[in-house]
Design a protein around this ligand. Structure first.
Ligand code: NAD
Ligand code: HSE
Ligand code: NA
Length: 433
């Protein structure tokens, strides 16, 4: 049996989950991989006294792992950018395969890292970075390899979904975020979760693997959930929708839509039922139609499950000596297409609007005229007399799909009306057609 030696860098949530899964399921893993996979070194800045490392040498310097000539696979689960990038590039230079859970690193520096790995003839695997334990990278790069993928959309941040789920049950934003941090779901900087940056990292990777376009995180549109109010959650429900924080990547002839924002989804769609820390990714392929991948998007052993699957993949390839590998982003580098990422003004979406109108006769007609003159069709409109407060009444509108540019123009006109008070609240809506 081929010996494969693994070194783990970072013994936090994911590092410890990986250690536990690899250790507990060693016999199953040996059976599946045909290899004797052993953890031979662990390094992490903060030692853990709560885990029995079974005599595996531990140090606080990750370069004890990266520079150990006996190690075949380096697992990078320290997180962050600079130190992680340096670690990964050094491991590659040292001829080691890398398994990482670091989507920020791949989304922002993947092009450089993959090029270095290609040159060195080593593998960089990152399944754990996208939707944690859900094998969605495997599904897209391998299971759906025969399809032209047209769009990918989903809940790709567990912390954000946990917050929205608990807010629907009446809890306050800040308290739920504290709980998500304590449960180990949140990023080191939780604004990455709340403001959609983490989801945009994952979406960037999914779009590349799905469409065969370069990683373009800096072009992704990112809007968080911190401005979502219980009022809008309740009114979306009354319209038959639920608010979810979605990443949406759509391939159109003229380019790629790449956007993360709160989104109204139909209550009877499966995705509306995905609650708590769970994630779900919908992938639409021309041959297969819509498929959905659902499961835990964060957590120690759930994420460890994906890290270990990548380790097994690498071990099988190392053991077989095969040079035929799944390309890092699912397409041969020379087959990647330089499709542009569309400006946000060019994306197409339906919209939920909340307008604070002075309760005067004719105001609804004024609103309807502006929307209709802008080519925007109204799907439904809601106004409740009993909600009048300080002479203002909320008007809730759901529109059909339009170009964001049209909507921006209409909103600017609405906000100029003397009968409208303050800013119009807009939340995009999606029907997955
Ligand atoms: N927590 C999750 O559920 C989850 C899920 C998927 C992906 N991820 C990703 O996995 C990575 C790790 O996340 P985590 O939640 O395990 O973080 P964590 O903070 O729990 O663990 C990171 C560990 O690495 C150590 N570390 C950090 N920098 C170091 C350095 N320069 N040298 C040595 N040790 C260092 C820290 O001391 C800590 O023990 C991140 O990239 C994160 O985005 C996390
Ligand atoms: N902070 C991330 C971890 C998993 O990538 C989340 O909540 O989804
Ligand atoms: Na995954």
């Amino acid at each position: 049996m081929k010996q494969v030696s693994v070194g783990i860098c970072g013994l936090g949530t994911v590092g410890s989950g990986t250690f536990k899964v690899l250790t507990r399921n060693a016999a199953i893993i040996a059976g599946r991989s045909g290899c004797n996979i052993q953890i031979t070194r662990i390094a992490s800045r903060t030692p853990r006294t709560d885990i029995d490392l079974g005599g595996v040498p531990f140090s606080t310097d990750v370069y004890d792992v990266v520079n150990d000539p006996a190690i075949d696979i380096v697992v990078e689960v320290i997180g962050g950018y600079d130190a992680a990038k340096e670690l990964v590039l050094t491991a590659i230079k040292n001829g080691k395969h890398v398994v990482t859970a670091n989507k920020a690193l791949i989304a922002e520096h993947g092009t450089e890292i993959f090029a270095a790995a290609e040159k060195a003839g080593v593998i960089v695997a990152y399944e754990a970075g996208v939707a944690g334990g859900i094998p969605v990278i495997k599904a897209i790069r391998e299971g759906l390899a025969g399809n032209r993928i047209d769009w990918i959309a989903g809940i790709m941040n567990g912390t954000g979904n946990f917050i929205l789920t608990e807010m629907r049950a009446g809890r306050e934003f800040a308290g739920v975020l504290e709980e998500a941090k304590a449960l180990g779901y949140a990023e080191a900087d939780p604004t990455f979760d709340v403001e959609g940056i983490d989801a945009a990292h994952k979406l960037t990777i999914l779009a590349s693997a799905g469409f065969g376009v370069p990683l373009q995180f800096n072009k992704a549109y990112t809007e968080g959930i911190s401005k979502i109010t219980p009022y809008d959650i309740a009114h979306a429900e009354q319209l038959g929708y639920r608010i979810k924080h979605l990443g949406i990547a759509r391939r159109r002839e003229e380019g790629i839509e790449l956007r993360v924002h709160p989104t109204l989804v139909p209550q009877d769609h499966l995705i509306a039922r995905v609650d708590g820390v769970l994630n779900a990714i919908l992938v639409d392929g021309d041959a297969v139609g819509q498929t959905m991948y659902y499961g835990p998007g964060a957590g120690d052993e759930a994420t460890g499950s994906a890290v270990v699957a990548d380790i097994i993949d690498v071990a099988r390839i190392v053991a077989s000596g095969s040079s035929l590998r799944v390309p890092f982003l699912g397409f041969a580098p020379e087959a990647m297409e330089n499709l542009p990422v569309l400006e946000m003004e060019d994306v197409q979406s339906a919209y939920y609007l909340r307008i604070s109108a002075f309760d005067r006769p004719g105001v609804l007609a004024e609103i309807a005229t502006i929307l209709s003159d802008s080519g925007i069709n109204i799907e439904s409109i809601m106004q409740k007399e009993f909600e009048v407060k300080d002479g203002r009444i909320p008007v809730i509108i759901l529109t059909h799909t339009v170009q964001e540019r049209q909507m921006n123009g209409a909103i600017a006109e609405l906000e100029n009306l003397p009968d409208i008070d303050g800013k119009v609240v807009r939340i995009r809506a999606e029907n997955f057609n």
